[in-house]
Design a protein around this ligand. Structure first.
Ligand SMILES: [Zn+2]
Length: 287
């Protein structure tokens, strides 16, 4: 949060929120002074001090509907963004809830700004340092579905995302109509190259969908080859009764794993748990 000049009496939430002001931009923050169970109410966005904002979003508003923003008019403005937030700003119900881990005194108070904001007045580069950090934060409208996966989002953001998806699908259908059938199967059933003309490829949405189609086609092709070779191997074993022939590998008698003693001997391979170290290295592997 950029430096603010508060126009309200401070502290506004002194029982529950400790505000730490730093001179440098984006370094002020808030800590919890209270314990809240998971999904319990940390604070309410009451009117007043909240007021409905005239016009669009500003650095001092949170979005509460597709065209509705509210001025917080309180120290709640000092709650930073995090990509792994401790709070849920449920602006539809005017509640600020603890996240799934609850809150302890000293925990930093944060929420995921794109969970309320569709398009932000002041985008910034997130420095939360979390493994799932999304980097540039400018509102949900600029984020992919994958970037928004697993995050609590307000109803108006979910609605707007659904509309975006419908618009993208309609654009893709229109593009496909303009350029003919994109999935014309050839004689052997393999889809033909379906590259879009250059002018269309410049459109990022069309390009993203084209990439998705290309990779889906690769999966289809790989599955087709796998099926084919499996059917061929069945045919082979029917003809030769499963015996070694002409360089084909004979797996019978290997206990299912080539190069290892057959099942029933003392040796066993490590489990995936052991390999991942979860069992702490105290597991003896018999040899
Ligand atoms: Zn982040």
């Amino acid at each position: 949060m950029a430096p603010l000049t508060p126009h309200w009496a401070q502290p506004s939430h002194g029982d529950t929120q400790e505000v730490i002001i730093n001179e440098a931009e984006f370094t002020s923050k808030s800590l919890s002074k209270t314990t809240v169970p998971p999904f319990g109410v940390f604070a309410k966005m009451d009117f007043t001090p909240c007021t409905v904002a005239e016009g669009g979003p500003t650095y001092a508003t949170v979005q509460m509907g597709r065209n509705k923003h509210l001025n917080l008019n309180s120290d709640l403005l000092y709650i930073n963004h995090s990509c792994e937030p401790s709070l849920i700003f449920d602006t539809g119900n005017l509640n600020i809830l603890a996240g799934p881990k609850g809150l302890q005194p000293g925990d930093e108070l944060t929420f995921f700004y794109p969970s309320t904001e569709w398009s932000m007045a002041q985008p910034f580069d997130c420095g939360c340092g979390k493994p799932a950090c999304r980097g540039r934060i400018s509102g949900a409208s600029d984020m992919t579905d994958a970037e928004l996966e697993g995050v609590w989002l307000n109803g108006h953001i979910r609605e707007l995302l659904e509309e975006r998806k419908a618009t993208q699908a309609a654009t893709a259908t229109a593009t496909a109509g303009k350029n003919g059938d994109l999935t014309k199967p050839s004689e052997n059933g393999v889809s033909e190259q379906s590259a879009l003309p250059r002018d269309t490829a410049a459109d990022q949405t069309a390009q993203a969908l084209q990439d998705a189609l290309d990779s889906a086609e690769k999966v289809v092709e790989a599955s087709r080859r796998a099926l084919l070779s499996y059917l061929q191997s069945l045919q082979h074993s029917e003809v030769y009764g499963g015996k070694t022939n002409g360089g084909a590998l004979d797996f019978s008698g290997l206990g299912g794993v080539q190069g290892l003693p057959a099942a029933g001997s003392q040796r066993r391979g490590p489990t995936s748990r052991e390999l991942s170290g979860e069992m702490g290295g105290d597991t003896t592997i018999l040899v």
